[in-house]
Design a protein around this ligand. Structure first.
Ligand code: SF4
Length: 90
């Protein structure tokens, strides 16, 4: 391997490390809850801040504690409800 090839290899390795570090930093800054939160408008799923009978967000499989949802965008109340409700399996 020539000296020029070693330089390219070293340069490529440094570039790859920079990409990995950047990706980890971006993921960490976004946070798990924000990255997984949904984008559906509340009105589209008839979201309400109150339970529907015994069904409510904190017992829904889509809920991300403390105030997010995998389906619906925005701040979600643990006591809310929408038509996308799916009960958590026991
Ligand atoms: S009931 Fe609707 S808003 Fe609440 S967590 Fe489930 S899918 Fe999200």
């Amino acid at each position: 391997m020539s000296e020029k090839d070693k330089m390219i290899t070293r340069r490529d390795a440094l570039r790859n490390i920079a990409v990995v570090v950047g990706s980890v930093a971006t993921t960490t800054m976004m946070g798990v809850g924000v990255a997984d939160a949904g984008s559906m408008p509340k009105a589209a799923v008839q979201y309400q801040d109150t339970p529907k009978g015994k069904d409510h967000c904190s017992v829904c499989a889509q809920f991300i504690a403390p105030h997010s949802c995998k389906v619906v965008a925005g701040n979600i109340s643990p006591n809310g409800w929408c038509v996308a409700f799916v009960p958590k399996s026991a």
